[in-house]
Ligand binder design. Structure first.
Ligand SMILES: Cc1cc2nc3c(=O)[nH]c(=O)nc-3n(C[C@H](O)[C@H](O)[C@H](O)COP(=O)(O)OP(=O)(O)OC[C@H]3O[C@@H](n4cnc5c(N)ncnc54)[C@H](O)[C@@H]3O)c2cc1C
Length: 406
């Protein structure tokens, strides 16, 4: 039985971030990853907002600076594919709002591989082709049964993604709700913005995206797990105005699930913490999770270090991890409320109305005048006026979540 100070299950952004922090602290760390290569198979739209991510510990290149110009950013950070300083939000069939957040599209496999290299430089061991099959308690430690032998530790960090078995094996509740996401990576670049399509006639209560990369475009949809995702993705590409998108060569098809119900009720227990998708920590409006995984896992790793310093691995001590996460916007219940308003309560007709109102507006921050105009417009629509308070929650949830990943 091999013994480590910290065992991390899963070599995605969460696991690699945790490994970076624990190994930097001098803890003997191993990452167990079931696949044969970090970053593969790819399941990602590869869009991130850099205002938040540039401040994160454990980014592949820590000196990631916002004020670098575009050329410098790409030269210094090989994972950056394209700098995108505009977003467009297509509401129904009636209007387009814009925002001007600093975002980039990335080469996600390379992004993850660079994170892995950093963790290894700090001394972490990354063990590929090693799937965790079981976890048992034994004399104050957790014993992990894997396809490559057994391992034990006083601290295990579960970063095994949206379908996390570790969370279930530790008796915690898994995410309550999921969406499915499917995407074509196509040849050619067809937009210079990150484009989001909220059209519930096609994408029943969900959304579609068109993200430009260096030489490719990612075109994807988020749909209900019970629907036929590829059929809906094809309907979406048919619907897009730019017919070249439909005819472009598909270089890759990508699919995955994303937790959509907010953080799980409890993401720690004796000797165990869960982070990233495994803990349900995604932005449930846009469903991005890269920044949140990196951040939440770094917090779990920090608490793992504290646990060693105090020699206390109990749930009572590890609950400090949840307390830390609760200080950050991505666990704010307003995001979940906004999710429910947008996807469960607003209709396709409401989106058409919002499209008319917001058409041509920059909605990065609503000005006082814009807020008054919306209120006056809402007065003329009694049905929407009743939803007006909800619209405020939606706007609040949107602005709380947007820095934490598309
Ligand atoms: C189609 C799609 C598009 C997306 N687009 C974006 C986007 O544009 N921007 C954004 O910010 N987010 C996006 N996301 C979400 C983002 O990809 C995730 O939030 C992020 O990858 C979560 O990181 P993680 O480390 O928690 O989990 P993962 O990246 O899922 O990593 C988990 C790792 O654990 C491993 N593993 C699982 N089970 C075991 C086991 N039993 N034993 C050993 N290893 C195991 C897996 O192989 C995997 O490597 C998208 C998701 C999908 C599906």
């Amino acid at each position: 039985m091999l013994t480590y100070d910290v065992i991390i299950i899963g070599g995605g952004p969460a696991g690699l971030s945790a490994a970076n922090t624990t190994s930097k602290s001098g803890l003997n760390t191993i990452v167990l990853e079931e696949h044969g290569k970090i970053g593969e198979p790819l399941a990602c739209g590869e869009g991130i907002s850099i205002d938040k991510i540039s401040t994160l510990e454990n980014m592949p290149n820590p000196e990631f600076q916002l004020d670098d110009n575009a050329l410098q950013l790409q030269q210094h950070h090989s994972f950056v594919e394209r700098i995108v300083r505009a977003q467009r939000f297509f509401f129904g069939n009636t209007g387009v709002a814009t925002s001007s957040l600093n975002t980039v599209t990335i080469n996600r496999p390379l992004f993850d591989q660079l994170m892995a290299k950093n963790a290894e430089k700090n001394g972490a061991l990354i063990k590929l082709n090693t799937a965790v099959k079981g976890i048992h308690r034994n004399q104050g430690k957790l014993e992990l049964i894997t396809t490559q032998g057994n391992f034990q530790s006083k601290i295990v960090i579960g970063c095994d993604g949206p379908a996390s078995h570790s969370v279930r094996m530790m008796g915690l509740s898994p995410p309550s709700k999921y969406v499915q996401a499917v995407e074509y990576k196509i040849d050619g670049v067809f937009t210079d913005a990150l484009d989001f399509y909220f059209n519930f006639n096609i994408l029943k209560m969900h959304y579609g995206w068109v993200f430009p990369k260096k030489v490719h475009t990612n075109v994807g949809v988020v749909v209900d797990p019970a629907s036929s995702p590829m059929k809906i993705l094809n309907l979406f590409t048919d619907y897009l105005e730019n017919k070249d998108i439909k005819n472009a060569k598909i270089v890759r098809k990508i699919a995955g699930i994303i937790p959509a119900g907010g953080p799980i009720p409890k993401y720690y227990t004796d000797n165990f913490m869960a982070a990233g998708d495994a803990a349900g920590m995604t932005n449930s409006i846009f469903y991005g999770g890269i920044a949140i995984s990196i951040h939440s896992a770094a917090l779990a790793a920090q608490i793992a270090k504290d646990a060693y310093e105090t020699n206390d691995f109990s749930a009572n001590f590890l609950k400090q991890y949840a307390e830390l996460c609760q200080q950050f916007p991505y666990t704010n219940p307003i995001i979940q409320q906004a999710h429910e308003i947008l996807y469960d309560y607003f209709t396709a007709e409401d989106l058409d109305t919002l499209g008319k109102w917001f058409n041509g507006w920059d909605i990065t921050e609503f000005s006082k005048m814009q807020k008054i105009k919306i209120f006056l417009k809402a007065m003329t629509k009694p049905k929407l006026l009743r939803k007006f308070n909800n619209a405020k929650t939606l706007a609040h949830g949107f602005s709380t979540s947007r820095d934490w990943g598309f």
